[in-house]
Design a protein around this ligand. Structure first.
Ligand SMILES: Cc1ncc(COP(=O)(O)O)c(C=O)c1O
Length: 372
């Protein structure tokens, strides 16, 4: 099989295995299993998991194909080069980096590290749940602090929950599912002050979609030696959600503790994919531009229907339909559009991911039909 044939074979195999993949994700209790009765992704606008439908890029596909030769080896063989590449990208030394199987594994490793032995965590509500539910399973207590009226983090209310058992404060910025972005000065001041009392975890899965100029990553605070952990992922802007690779950035002593709680790490194909993705600037810019275009299309649909929504700094939009999400999801699924999912207490809201313009058209037609 030449490289192109092998790629086509992989693509066909992946499509025909679509159901297995979806089922597998829920079985693994991924952060956001999205129940669906669909058995294939063909003819479906899959807009329920904040993926990037344009990935992997051509260059990355080639790198993955080439990497099969090394798939009989353990990742340690190719791991070091990626570690160095990420460290250079982030401007830190390699002992600040922990490579994980998707950033989910990093989130869980932190939940375990800080949640054990009566540790308490503080997070917004609603926010991304992976770390929080995992920590709760280990016996941690999670303080869930409702978002403010603009659907953003209420940092003052979060601070008010700090007590002697507080080990970690989870800040998902931009936030999933609300799409909000914290004011950069407010965030920075909060992290600088509060990190003296507990570790701040900044989940930056959607950082690349922020369009505000010079918006800082909290890696700047890691570099200052603060009690801050940052998670990043190859799942979103790089379009590699199915490969399962992400990383944490933290002070070396913190990184070492987290590394000890990583269970599976990642794999050879994902490592080669990530190496190439970091070099493929053209695809990165393409993804960012496509996301902006698709988000405008979502806004247009919602404006046409006069439905309220939160201005998003991510690759999804949180909007209010006034219909219970448990009714809306199956109704949209009948129109071949998969949307996300209950985010208590916002049952009359839905989350829609950006997709191809074809997907956006399906969403437009589907929602207009369903909402009457
Ligand atoms: C805020 C946030 N963090 C982390 C993740 C996990 O992504 P992954 O494990 O694919 O890196 C997601 C996935 O949707 C997310 O929304």
């Amino acid at each position: 099989m030449n490289a192109i044939d092998r790629r086509n074979w992989l693509k066909t195999a992946a499509l025909s295995g679509g159901l297995t993949f979806l089922g597998g994700a829920s079985a693994l209790a991924f952060s956001q299993p999205s129940p669906t009765t669909k058995t294939s992704l063909q003819d479906v606008a899959k807009l329920n998991s904040n993926e990037n439908p344009f990935g992997p890029s051509k260059r990355v596909r080639q790198a993955i194909t080439n990497a099969f030769d090394d798939a009989c080896r353990y990742p340690s063989m190719v791991f070091r080069a990626l570690l160095e590449q990420i460290a250079a990208t982030e401007g830190v030394s390699t002992d600040h980096i922990v490579i994980t199987g998707g950033s989910t594994e990093g989130l869980k490793a932190a939940g375990l590290t800080y949640g054990l032995n009566g540790g308490e965590l503080i997070a917004a509500d609603p926010t991304f749940q992976s770390m929080l539910t995992y920590a709760e399973n280990q016996g941690a207590y999670v303080h869930r602090v409702p978002v403010d009226e603009q659907m953003g983090h209420n940092l003052a209310a979060m601070e008010a929950r700090i007590n002697n058992n507080t080990r970690l404060i989870f800040i998902c910025n931009p936030n999933n599912p609300t799409g909000t972005l914290l004011d950069k000065n407010e965030l920075q001041r909060f992290c600088e002050r509060i990190s003296e009392q507990a570790v701040i975890f900044s989940d930056e899965a959607y950082y690349d979609f922020i369009t505000e100029p010079d918006y800082p990553s909290m890696v700047t605070l890691v570099k200052k030696g603060m009690n801050v952990i940052v998670s990043k992922t190859f799942s979103k802007v790089y379009g590699l959600a199915g490969m399962r690779i992400g990383y944490l950035v933290a002070r070396p002593d913190i990184a070492k503790r987290l590394q000890n709680n990583v269970m599976a790490m990642t794999n050879v194909l994902a490592i080669e994919a990530a190496k190439e993705a970091l070099k493929d600037d053209e695809f990165y810019k393409f993804s960012v531009a496509k996301n902006i275009e698709a988000k405008q299309a979502i806004y247009k649909t919602l404006d046409d229907l006069e439905l309220p929504y939160v201005k998003s700094h991510t690759n999804f939009v949180f909007f209010k339909t006034g219909r219970h999400i448990r009714d809306l999801m199956p109704a949209m699924e009948k129109e071949n559009v998969l949307i996300g999912r209950p985010f208590p207490p916002f049952y009359e809201w839905a989350r829609i991911s950006t997709g191809t313009m074809e997907d956006m058209k399906a969403f437009d037609q589907g929602l207009k039909k369903v909402m009457g």
